[in-house]
Design a protein around this ligand. Sequence first.
Ligand code: ZN
Length: 355
Amino acid sequence: MSRKRQILLLGFAFLLTAAEDAVARGPFTVGTLMADPGKRVSGFLEVPAGVDAGTRIPVTLLHGANDGPVLALIAGTHGYEYAPIIALQKLRGQIDPAQLSGTVILVHVANLPSFLGRTIYYSPVDGKNLNRVYPGKVDGTVSERIAYTITTEIIERAHAVADLHCGDGNEALRPYTYWMKGGNATVDEGSRQMALAFGLDHIVIDTNRPADPQASVYTANTAITRGKPAITTETGGLGDTRAEWVGLAERGVWNLLRHFKMLPGEPARAEAVVWLDTYEVLRSPETGIFYAAVQPGHTVARGALLGRLTDFFGNQLAEIRAPLAGVVNYVVATPPVSQGEPLAMVSHILAEEGK
Ligand SMILES: [Zn+2]
């Protein structure tokens, strides 16, 4: 065989292989949305009406030109948590699917009823917390139907999930990531590596999430109980959209894309990590007005004053004190509180690495 013919044949073989790859890498579909390799497609996942009105979920598919994992990024589980929602708006245009290996699913606002209704914690339609009703019910109320849609259309299609939160509209928060240990060592290690890669320097180790996939309760835990690594991140709060908070979520997503080799380069991991283990969410003993006495990120001694609760006339009802020594993850920083609602979260410091 002549050298020229050899090169020609090699070239032909290469073309064939490339053609086979293109066939193997078909379009990616979610609901009625379909993206070809190298393309960006946005649209809505419909949540049909049931016992109450339906809604829809704005979603973008960034289907990479090259093979790789499917990473789902979910913002707006709580509709007043704006910083990650704005981060995904920006990332939609910045992540170039032509350069991407794998597929990114952006859920821009998981909970549109809460976002448009400007409610904290609960849906204005059914009064439920979307991050407490997973994996959802096809015939439930709207929050349960949203959860069902996200479980079946997004989480079950993904290899890894990041649920992007911040302090709610009433919460001042020091950024941190939850590493949820679900019991499966491989998934736990995958989630730990995601938490480190996201790059926030406070990581809460959470061992108290349910193990039953049919009662997974939380968004990220729905992925974990289905054998997929996942994290929940907290960047920002108080309905704030300042660039600093938005940027933390953006940077974390770029880090995850590099961690999963969906883009070249290494993630910028935190240089020093404060690992937090046992934590307590303090709940209001009564309905009234709360005056915080600490800032998020403060370290407090056991028994330290976190804030005071008064009635509507200004008479003190209670002093809220730290049940353990540790870090204040978040604290309610606006006046109204109802009995049983969170006032603050304090976490015990397990270890500080890299300092
Ligand atoms: Zn949240």
